[in-house]
Design a protein around this ligand. Structure first.
Ligand code: ASP
Length: 334
């Protein structure tokens, strides 16, 4: 009898703790991407580890800020600055080259609490394009500045300017040669993005890129186009895209996910899957993916390519990192 009641109590305890951890409130959540692309056949284990540790470091930086009560907006900016400074990614240092052999960078940021946004495109000498996007949002009367005007504004605001060669790395030079010689169809892999829910219940997103490698004369991708590669709204989600930008613009991917949630009542996961697999997939192009977070702290990382560099963390202690499809390392922080 005593044995039976002991087991019943134990069972009840286990069920309660399971339910508790399943429904534990997510105070804050962060998800990042470092670009999507095709097979990693040419990626060594060493390179994979380098990507994983940079992704985890970037997530850790954001997690610490969030735990201390930082705003979603400050966190997405800081995390993207970190990734722009990391030469592994196609954003800031390490950006791909245009067909003319130079770097032209695009970036955008959006505040889900008031739908304010800032974006810049085609800039050649702003060290951290995401800082310029934030300034466009906070300290100009506009949403979107391009080229020389954007650089003039950034200089005026005291941002650090660099020579265009600062963004080059050895591997991007090699990639450029291959593209020019027609040995590689400009693989864009490495755009960066960060979506966050903070302790105050607000959402924000930031995305930064060098665009598609070998891109032509003033081409602008989806990243700085609000609603295409970047969108945040407290009533739905914060979403950052990566992939074949032309398709992301035509499909207005990030806004479409938000609209499906807001108008049709779909969950974040349902909306993201609908757009990536039912709308983008049939259109063709080289594909891509999104990372997103909603106001409950649910995270989505959907992509139709072989890989998407990604990492995430939540106030509940869950965190993880992944590169290839179906391969994720999951951890719990106690
Ligand atoms: N979406 C970016 C662009 O088209 C590239 C990428 O995310 O890889 O500019």
């Amino acid at each position: 009898m005593l044995k039976k009641s002991f087991f019943l109590i134990l069972l009840a305890f286990l069920v309660i703790s399971c339910i508790e951890s399943r429904y534990q409130k997510v105070e804050w959540a962060i998800v990042i991407h470092g670009g999507a692309g095709s097979s990693s056949g040419n990626m060594s284990d060493q390179k994979k580890l380098e990507y994983e540790s940079s992704l985890l470091e970037a997530t850790e930086l954001g997690s610490k800020m969030l735990a201390q009560g930082a705003t979603a907006l400050d966190v997405v900016e800081a995390v993207v600055v970190y990734m722009e400074d990391c030469p592994l990614f196609n954003a800031g240092k390490g950006a791909v080259k245009t067909i003319e052999g130079i770097h032209e960078l695009d970036a955008a940021i959006m505040d889900g609490s008031n739908l304010k946004a800032g974006a810049i495109a085609g800039v050649k000498e702003i060290k951290n394009p995401i800082k310029a996007a934030r300034l466009v949002m906070d300290s100009s009367a506009h949403v979107f500045l391009i080229g020389e005007g954007a650089s003039f504004f950034a200089k005026l605001k005291g941002l650090e300017m660099v020579d265009n060669s600062y963004f080059s790395t050895e591997s991007r030079e090699e990639q450029y040669k291959k593209v020019v010689e027609g040995r590689e169809a400009g693989d864009p892999r490495g755009t960066v993005g960060c979506a966050v829910k903070d302790k105050h219940g607000n959402l924000a997103v930031a995305t930064s890129t060098g665009g598609m490698s070998g891109k032509k004369w003033g081409r602008v991708g989806d990243v700085p186009v609000i609603g295409a590669g970047t969108y945040a709204n407290n009533s739905s989600a914060a979403i950052s895209g990566t992939g074949h930008g032309e398709y992301w613009i035509r499909r207005v991917v990030a806004f479409d996910i938000s609209a499906l949630m807001e108008y049709k009542g779909l969950s974040l996961q349902e909306a993201a899957q609908e757009v990536i697999f039912k709308k983008i997939d049939p259109m063709g192009g080289s594909g891509g993916g999104i990372i997103a977070v909603d106001k409950e702290g649910n995270i989505s990382m959907e992509f139709n390519t072989d890989l998407m560099h990604r990492a995430w963390a939540k106030s509940t202690g869950e965190y993880g990192v992944g590169i290839l499809k179906g391969e994720e390392k999951r951890f719990i922080k106690h």
